[in-house]
Ligand binder design. Structure first.
Ligand code: ADP
Ligand code: MG
Length: 252
């Protein structure tokens, strides 16, 4: 059935802060392996939406269900934040938070150890499989020649990629990525688009983005949030020419 290919279902979710409805009857469905872009003006509720999926914030009403397998549907509104990442839902915040005084390799190793509950442990002795995995990730994020470089010495773009790599080291089913191209050069932005596109299929991704050129490049299905509600959903070409979308977002 169509339903069995969904990896995430958000139904009828509300969230208010001091009487202000930041999220208002939000409905959202993510297909397994999909790359979805979420756009919307400042204050539309994009970050709150991610906070809700990662159980950082609890909804006032509604359901957020992670379809882990055919037999296992987990209501994320009843799960604690640190458990959500263990379930396979990883989040990358806007500003990269790499360990600046550790190498690229060790950052990835720390992330892998962290997933196993061995937080910040450089004493973690990685297996051959772990090492292969770390090298695979370094290849994916195009830092395979920078294993011994201190993360603090990387460019802004490379730090962002390393942080995406740190998520990848934990094998997430769902990846939430907040403005991955912010502050990047045109070339870095294009590479980031290529990276995210290469993750499709193996992972399901939700990407929050402001840069319309970038949204056009990754050409995924786009969800337009406005006042905590889905205003429009469809291809980039479809939403960008929608009069309501132009009015609230593109035509500012
Ligand atoms: P976006 O990420 O799309 O810019 P946010 O999700 O950050 O939007 O915010 C949506 C609305 O909710 C904004 O009006 C914001 O001021 C409000 N909001 C978000 N978090 C809080 C909070 N913890 N307390 C009070 N208001 C909040
Ligand atoms: Mg935000």
């Amino acid at each position: 059935s169509k339903h069995s290919s969904l990896v995430l279902t958000v139904e009828g979710v509300d969230k208010s802060f001091d009487g202000f409805k930041a999220i208002n009857d939000l409905n959202f469905y993510l297909e397994e392996g999909e790359l979805r872009t979420v756009i919307g003006p400042n204050g539309a509720g994009k970050s709150t939406f991610m906070d809700l999926i990662t159980a950082r914030t609890k909804p006032d009403k509604g359901k957020i269900v992670f379809h882990k397998s055919d037999a296992e549907n987990i209501d994320l509104t009843h799960v604690r934040e640190h458990k959500v990442s263990q379930l396979g839902i990883g989040r990358k915040f806007q500003n990269p938070t790499v360990y600046r005084s550790h190498t690229v390799y060790d950052n990835l190793k720390l992330s892998l150890a962290g997933e196993r509950g061995l937080l910040h442990s450089l004493f973690y002795k990685e297996s051959k499989e772990d090492r292969e995995k770390i090298y695979d990730v370094m290849k994916t994020i195009r830092l395979e020649d920078s294993a011994d470089i201190m993360a603090g010495a990387l460019s802004h773009g490379q730090k962002q990629w390393l942080e995406i790599g740190m998520l990848l080291a934990q094998d997430p089913r769902i990846m939430l990525v907040d403005e991955p191209a912010a502050g990047m050069s045109d070339e870095e932005t294009e590479r980031t688009g290529e990276l995210l596109l290469s993750l499709r299929g193996k992972h399901s991704l939700i990407v929050i983005e402001h840069d319309m050129e970038f949204v056009r490049q990754i050409a995924s299905r786009v969800t337009v949030l406005h006042q905590g509600h889905v205003l429009k959903e469809g291809t980039f070409e479809f939403v960008k020419s929608d009069p309501q979308v132009i009015e609230v977002y593109l035509g500012r």
